[in-house]
Design a protein around this ligand. Structure first.
Ligand code: GAP
Length: 478
């Protein structure tokens, strides 16, 4: 069994062919940077977001969630600095003539993907936020990040939920950026989703949590500037040796990696990279990214910025509202600091899981080894042959399981074909109703990754499936 080295265009073709994702307005030729999630893609995406939310919000006592508006008050973006700073430099390539984007500090230093030089004469500032009309003569912005809704609602949530520092507020939702050159399938889109958290502390407050014991490639600013490669080390070591300066940064980088690991990703393809000074966003004093080794190179999956009190200070200044909190111990009022802002793109995480799962087995058969929690369809139910005595039981099981899981009923083609169809879309379990079922009310359950089969009682199926999906039991222990 080999992991296939699939180009990003081949991955896009696979996703379209199997009913995961397609260009929006495909029948009209598509619309660059916008994608539609189909019957499998929408389930996969919603499972991914649920898993992130469970891991980062539900299972923690110190984090609350919100769901803010998408079309947002213009003043928010003046205060945040996006109106003045959130732009790229638009340039055209001398060779392929295609538009490209560069960061301000990269002008004249980087080339187009085709190898051609960018024409500096064509350079112009390009505002990344989408504006939209409101009513007769008003306007608003489609939010370019979810983070600002967390800042503007900070005090209401902090006080309403009676939170204590250190604590976090999280949000999952759509963001929009008028990217000059959307590319690499889902990697750079104009409409995408973010899973973000702002983690607030008292200035200087130490991290009470243990830094996860994870080894990963660490690429510090110094190693990038001196052209030394990234070095493999544990996050604890990186913090102890002052490569990652703040304990909080090491801790939240670890949480991001642990989440990927909890869904079956191998950390060999991950690294953490520090932003160099010139690259830092206008609000950040230190940023580390989690990057993944895609077929088109190492790319950012998650940025974790130290935003200090930049945003709350700005919103206090622009709104004239008091956003300070009261410290019971010192009896002082102060603005909490955002020591870390773990900010993930849903689409990029989804691409990682597709790459980690895609494998090619015997005779070139594709097997999508998605973690059962992520898999769009949890089980397929088959009568072994098309005869009423098998079909009736299969339909009965399907109806019962459907109330709890996204399962399908499939009776067309040979059982081998049905297995192969389901392996390709990542269905972790196939349940077959056969001769023995008629005698003793048992069915076979087949594991996608090993093709091993076990016989279980129909009455226990629902619980077994639940435990297998949640990882509470292993297939081999059945
Ligand atoms: N609130 C901080 C923030 O938005 P960012 O680095 O601009 O920081 C965070 O974005 C994450 O959002 C990125 O690491 C990436 O995963 C995702 N993201 C940003 N722009 C994207 C785009 N055009 N398409 C897909 N994902 C994007």
């Amino acid at each position: 069994m080999t992991n296939a080295n699939l180009t990003i265009d081949e991955m896009a073709t696979f996703c379209k062919r199997k009913g995961f994702i397609t260009k929006t307005g495909e029948i009209y030729g598509g619309f660059a940077g916008f994608w539609d999630y189909l019957f499998l893609g929408s389930e996969l995406k919603s499972n991914l977001k649920k898993s992130w939310w469970d891991f980062h919000v539900r299972h923690r006592a110190d984090v609350e969630g919100i769901d803010g508006a998408i079309i947002t008050h213009p003043e928010v973006w003046k205060a945040s600095g996006h109106v003045d700073n959130f732009s790229d430099v638009f340039v055209t390539c001398k060779k392929c003539k295609k538009p490209g984007k560069v960061d301000k500090n990269e002008l004249g230093k980087v080339n187009c993907n085709c190898g051609g030089e960018y024409d500096v004469q064509t350079a112009k500032d390009f505002e990344l936020m989408f504006k939209t009309n409101i009513g007769e003569d008003g306007f608003g912005y489609l939010r370019p990040e979810t983070a600002q809704m967390i800042f503007t609602n900070f005090k209401a949530v902090f006080e309403g939920a009676r939170m204590k520092l250190p604590c976090g507020i999280a949000q999952i939702g759509k963001s929009f950026r008028n990217e000059i050159a959307p590319r690499n399938f889902l990697f750079r889109c104009r409409e995408f989703e973010q899973m973000e958290m702002e983690y607030f502390i008292k200035p200087g407050q130490k991290c009470p949590h243990e830094i996860p014991d994870i080894e990963v490639l660490v690429y510090s600013e110094k190693d990038q500037k001196t052209n030394e490669g990234p070095k493999k080390m544990s996050l604890k070591e990186a913090h102890k040796n002052k490569i990652i300066k703040k304990d909080w940064h090491a801790y939240w980088l670890g949480q991001g990696l642990l989440w990927f690991q909890s869904l079956g990703a191998k950390l060999d393809n991950f690294r953490i990279r520090q932003h160099y000074k010139e690259e830092l966003a206008h609000y950040s004093t230190d940023t580390w990214d989690i990057e993944y080794n895609f077929p088109f190179g190492w790319k950012e999956l998650q940025g974790i910025a130290d935003r200090e009190d930049y945003d709350l200070k700005q919103h206090e200044k622009f709104s004239k509202e008091n956003l300070k909190v009261f410290d019971e111990e010192t009896k002082e009022k102060f603005l909490p600091h955002v020591v870390c802002e773990p900010s993930f793109g849903v689409e990029r995480a989804l691409l990682v899981f597709l790459y980690e799962a895609y494998s090619v087995g015997e005779k070139g058969k594709i097997i999508l080894k998605l973690n059962p929690k992520l898999a769009p369809i949890k089980a397929a139910i088959f009568p072994i042959v098309k005869k009423p005595e098998f079909e009736n039981i299969a339909e009965e099981i399907f109806k019962k399981l459907k109330k709890k899981f996204n399962v399908i009923y499939d009776k067309s083609g040979s059982v081998g074909r049905r297995y192969a169809r389901n392996d390709e879309i990542g269905t972790p379990f196939c349940i077959t109703i056969d001769d023995e079922t008629l005698n003793n009310k048992t069915v076979t359950i087949r594991d996608r990754n090993t093709t091993e089969q076990k016989r279980v009682k129909i009455e226990a199926l629902r619980y077994i499936l639940e435990d297998l999906i949640d990882g509470e039991i292993k297939f081999e222990d059945l």
